[in-house]
Ligand binder design. Structure first.
Ligand code: SF4
Length: 156
C-alpha cells in the first residue's frame, strides 16, 4: 500500500531550548505556544509507526521539525539506529540547531546518519534572552570528524 513512498520527513519532538521569534513553538519569541505539550515519540511508538518493511523501501529519511528540534527527543538516537538497521543504504539527514547533547551522543549519531545540517547562524542576531544556549562545537566534533556534518546555514 505504501510502496510508492520513498521519503519521510519526521518530527520526533515538540521540545527545544530556543525561542526563535519566527517559530510556531512560541509567541513571537516569548511565551511558549500553549497548545504544545513538549511530547516526544518513544522508540516503541516509532517502531509501531514505521515497520521494518516500510523503512527498507525508503530512499531518504529526514529528522527535522516545525515545533521542536529533533535532537531533543530523548529516543532520537535509537530512532536513527533502527532506521539504519532496517535500511543500510538509506540517506538519513538531521536538521538541528545543534545546541545540545554530549560528544558521546554525537559520536554514536555519526555512525548511523548520512548528514547533519546545523542551522545556527540564524540565531546570531537574536537578543541573548531568546538564545539561552550556545552551540557546543566540541560536542559536534565527532560528526565533523566523520565528515557527515556540516552545513551551517542561515536557513531552516
Ligand atoms: S531552533 Fe527550531 S524548533 Fe527551536 S525555536 Fe528555533 S525554529 Fe523553533
Amino acid at each position: 500500500m505504501y510502496n510508492n513512498v520513498k521519503m519521510v520527513h519526521f518530527e520526533p519532538t515538540q521540545m527545544c531550548q530556543a525561542s526563535c521569534p519566527m517559530c510556531d513553538r512560541n509567541k513571537n519569541g516569548g511565551e511558549v505556544n500553549q497548545y504544545l505539550k513538549d511530547e516526544s515519540m518513544t522508540i516503541e511508538g516509532f517502531k509501531k509507526a514505521f515497520s521494518r518493511e516500510f523503512l527498507a523501501n525508503l530512499k531518504t529519511f529526514f529528522f527535522c521539525g516545525n515545533h521542536g528540534d529533533p535532537i531533543f527527543a530523548p529516543d532520537m538516537l535509537e530512532h536513527a539506529k533502527y532506521v539504519r538497521e532496517c535500511n543500510p543504504e538509506i540517506n538519513m539527514f538531521v536538521t538541528t540547531n545543534g545546541g545540545a547533547r554530549k560528544p558521546e551522543w554525537w559520536e554514536e549519531l555519526a555512525k548511523v546518519v548520512s548528514f547533519v545540517s546545523v542551522n545556527s547562524e540564524m540565531f546570531a542576531g537574536l537578543p541573548s534572552s531568546m538564545v539561552s544556549w550556545s552551540i557546543p562545537k566540541t560536542a559536534l566534533g565527532p560528526v565533523v570528524k566523520a565528515s557527515i556534518i556540516v552545513s551551517v546555514s542561515n536557513t531552516v
